[in-house]
Ligand binder design. Structure first.
Ligand code: PLP
Length: 398
């Protein structure tokens, strides 16, 4: 079946005599047993809940995974993956990571005796040179956030396996509609389901999907043992959101391409990062491993002041962290989602302070373009006025 159909044709409620079309919310922590020593399919919602099972089974199918597991956030999902490691083990991670992942790796994992090293995963040779006998996990995002750099999943999977390590890909920026890392050799795929899978900015959730049964058992053990599974109501909201994943993303991508072209042609914009542009570094690799460019775009204006003014002047693009929602959003990653990365590290990774990130939604694209056009005009006026005021002050000082 084609993807759009697969999003809708699943058993919403196995074993229910009323055969509901939408999955009921099993808002219960416990399930009664027939006998003291006989357990039913469910006993306690941390260990398993029918609403969650429907969602997890659907997501496993969408990622061509053995099993998928839902967590209370993307970071909870990533934490569960990190729990596969023991004291002395190392993670080698790409160096353009989501800020929260970087914080988890560099400030929390190190307390558990797991070391994380970072290298540019777009340069396979450089990355490979950082592998040590202790490296057990390669961890990458592609496209990365917010620079949208492209990492070759197939090559990284081969590299991991040559060294007896696992490859985990954070595929939040693509969703299973646009990219299936497990099909390209990755062992684990994680999602911040808060982004495209949910799509409506009303749930935080995370997914871990794995290819092999042994790994599935380990992740299940961690999910149940640590208790960060997604609650029934959030599972229901996510199930509802996922049904329109293709519909939303088709619209968002079409809008994003028009916005990217608009930005490329705008005199106030110095650089546009969007995997859908033929000029984007790694475009060829991306086209080989993904089925679309997504709807996140970032760009540089060359001036923090101009960028800040643009971000504050847009009206349809609301200032907010996160991406993937049906509503368009705009942000300055350097002050927002990536502020948890120390300034010197941000600089070393060429995460410029004037970098603006857009997440393009499903509004009418003409309105989105007009909103940006107006914001650039206002930013130019505001910056010119500020410069004039500074000049006047300087003259007064002289
Ligand atoms: C948002 C995000 C996360 C973290 O997910 P939460 O749901 O916010 O915990 C991880 N990775 C990427 C790429 C993200 O964009």
């Amino acid at each position: 079946m084609k993807f759009a159909s697969r999003l809708l044709t699943f058993n919403a409620c196995p074993e229910d005599p009323f055969r509901p079309i939408a999955t009921p919310i099993y808002q219960t922590a416990t399930f009664a047993q027939e006998e003291a020593d006989t357990f039913g399919r469910y006993d306690y919602s941390r260990s398993g809940n029918p609403t969650r099972t429907v969602l997890e089974d659907l997501l496993a199918r969408l990622e061509n995974a053995e099993r998928a597991f839902c967590f209370s956030s993307g970071l909870a999902a990533i934490s569960a993956v990190a729990r596969l490691l023991s004291v002395g083990d190392e993670i080698l991670a790409g160096d353009d990571l989501y800020g929260g992942t970087y914080r988890l790796f560099s400030r929390i994992l190190d307390r558990t005796g797991v070391t994380v090293r970072y290298a540019d995963a777009c340069d396979i040779e450089k990355f490979a040179a950082q592998i040590t006998p202790r490296t057990r996990l390669l961890y990458i995002e592609t496209p990365t956030n917010p620079l949208l750099r492209i990492v070759d999943i197939r090559k990284l999977a081969d590299l991991a396996h040559q060294h007896g390590a696992l490859l985990c890909v954070d595929s939040s920026a693509m969703s299973p509609y646009l990219q299936n890392p497990l099909d390209l050799g990755a062992d684990i795929v994680v999602h911040s389901a808060t982004k495209y899978l949910c799509g409506h900015s009303d749930v935080t959730a995370g997914v871990v999907a794995v290819k092999r049964p042994e790994l599935a058992e380990q992740i299940y053990f961690i999910q149940n043992g640590e208790g960060a599974a997604l609650g029934p109501f959030d599972c229901y909201l996510l199930l509802r959101g996922v049904k329109t994943l293709k519909l939303r993303l088709d619209c968002q991508q079409a809008n994003a391409l028009k916005v990217a072209n608009f930005l490329c042609a705008h005199p106030a914009v110095q650089r546009v990062h969007y995997p859908g542009l033929a000029s984007h570094p790694g475009h060829d690799v991306h086209v080989r491993q993904a089925r679309g460019a997504g709807a996140v775009i970032s760009f540089e204006t060359g001036s923090f002041e101009v960028s800040k003014q643009v971000v504050e002047a847009t009206q349809l693009f609301r200032i907010s962290v996160s991406f993937g929602s049906v509503n368009s959003s705009i942000s300055l990653p350097g002050c927002m989602s990536h502020a948890s990365i120390p300034a010197e590290v941000r600089q070393a990774r060429s995460l410029a302070t004037d970098l603006v990130r857009l997440s393009v939604g499903i509004e009418d694209v003409d309105d989105l373009l007009a909103d940006l056009e107006r914001a650039f005009e206002r930013a130019a006026c505001a910056v010119a006025a500020a410069n004039r005021a500074a000049e006047v002050r300087e003259r007064q000082v002289v």
